[in-house]
Design a protein around this ligand. Structure first.
Ligand code: ADP
Ligand code: GN1
Ligand code: MG
Length: 369
């Protein structure tokens, strides 16, 4: 593998002596490596990623999106020097000037500068981290409001179309490809009891009550780098799904991944809960970063968004479990079912706190007027 990776990275515009590639991160889709070079006595790192093109069918257009987004964000950054910033991902080109390298066997690779002295957290430890990460995502959305060049390419169609995710689950139940339906009736019943929630946000969009925006669409809290020294949310990463979407699904995914003290695949469900203090910190951070661009209905449905996307991701894990684990990487038997169960438990916890969450939104919006 080292030889293969060394060979791939040699096609990018990087000087120095190759040292080593180390697998990095806990993502479910792409393969990520941190690659080290010795550049005149200094060790310099890069991020090398294989794009999963079973999931992202058009890597070329995906990278065009990323180039547009990163150039726009870099232009907005007042602290940058010489066109390079630590606050935005910087794409490293291949030696023939492309932003993507395709191997002979048809896999697609890209490379970024590695951002040093910052890290991501799979489980947030403090309110401050929640505040800073959400602020970075809010600013990200707000900075992209005026991206030039027309609508971004949809890298995955219907990515956050919850009714269509539910339809996929129904199809998987009908086909029962690997005979697992009999073991998950409780989970299926839980989801079906919430069928009417699935279309709420899409219906608002179709009625023109909320607006399509440029959103990140995978705002897992481990997709923001937190600065080791200042504790600020320094850079939003994992840009494959940046495309037209609803701001709710971004805020909702912060609730999903930032409020529970338990891992996404925790088997002890008693540990899964929506911590209200983390919700409040996320809300304050997001509203500060987004800087007033949300309308009243968008604000009102922020708490609900946490419930909806958690249900949606639960539906997706369950569907993949019933399909035989083809989409998300798994590392143990029943991994997708374990992940589904944490999501459904978190849905319950959010449901039981929805009224207080709404009151908190009102309180914070009033404070800022
Ligand atoms: P995945 O789609 O697998 O989640 P990410 O793009 O989020 O891939 O990268 C995985 C992890 O690698 C991140 O959580 C982060 O810790 C680290 N990482 C990715 N890109 C960079 C970068 N440019 N600088 C520093 N760390 C990075
Ligand atoms: C996947 O690649 P990663 O791990 O950041 C998935 C997200 C899910 C998430 C669940 C392209 O994200 O939609 O919310 O897993 N990404 C894609 O943990 O499907
Ligand atoms: Mg990621």
């Amino acid at each position: 593998m080292q030889n293969k990776l060394k060979n791939i990275i040699s096609n990018f515009e990087i000087y120095g002596d190759y040292i080593i590639s180390v697998p990095f991160g806990t993502g479910h889709i792409n393969d990520t490596y941190q690659v080290a070079f010795n550049q005149g006595g200094t060790i310099v790192h890069y991020t090398l990623q294989r794009i999963n093109h079973n999931v992202f069918k058009n890597p070329v257009k995906l990278m065009e999106n990323i180039e547009r987004v990163t150039s726009h964000l870099t232009n907005k950054d007042k602290d940058k020097i010489g066109g390079v910033s630590r606050k935005t991902l910087q794409v490293v080109k291949t030696i023939d000037g492309k932003n993507l390298y395709e191997t002979e066997d048809g896999s697609f690779w890209r490379c970024y500068l590695f951002i040093e002295n910052a890290r991501t957290f799979d489980i947030l430890e403090t309110d401050r981290q929640a505040y800073e990460a959400a602020k970075a995502f809010g600013k990200f959305q707000s900075d992209l409001v005026d991206i030039p060049g027309g609508r971004l390419f949809e890298t995955i169609k219907d990515f956050h179309n919850t009714p269509s995710r539910l339809a996929n689950l129904k199809e998987a139940i009908k086909l029962d490809k690997v005979g697992r339906v009999k073991d998950v009736q409780k989970e299926i019943d839980f989801v079906m009891a919430r069928e009417s929630d699935c279309g709420v946000l899409i219906d608002f969009l179709n009625k023109g009550l909320i607006t399509e925006r440029i959103t990140h669409n995978d705002t897992k809290l481990n997709n923001v780098l937190i600065d080791d020294v200042t504790g600020e949310g320094i850079c939003v990463i994992d840009l494959d799904t940046v495309m037209p979407g609803l701001s709710h699904y971004d805020f909702g995914d912060m609730i999903r991944t930032g409020t529970s003290p338990a891992a996404e695949d925790e088997m002890d469900l008693s540990k899964v809960t929506m911590r209200f203090n983390m919700f409040e910190a996320l809300l304050r951070g997001y509203l500060t970063g987004a800087n007033g661009f949300l309308n009243e209905l968008e604000l009102e449905y922020l708490p609900f968004s946490g419930k909806l996307i958690t249900l949606e991701i639960g539906i997706r894990f369950l569907t993949d479990y019933l399909d035989g684990d083809n989409y998300f990487k798994i590392h143990r038997e029943h991994h997708n079912l374990d992940r589904c169960r944490t999501q459904l438990k978190l849905v319950e916890s959010i449901e039981s706190q929805l009224d207080q969450m709404k009151l908190k939104v009102n309180e914070i919006v009033k404070e800022s007027k």
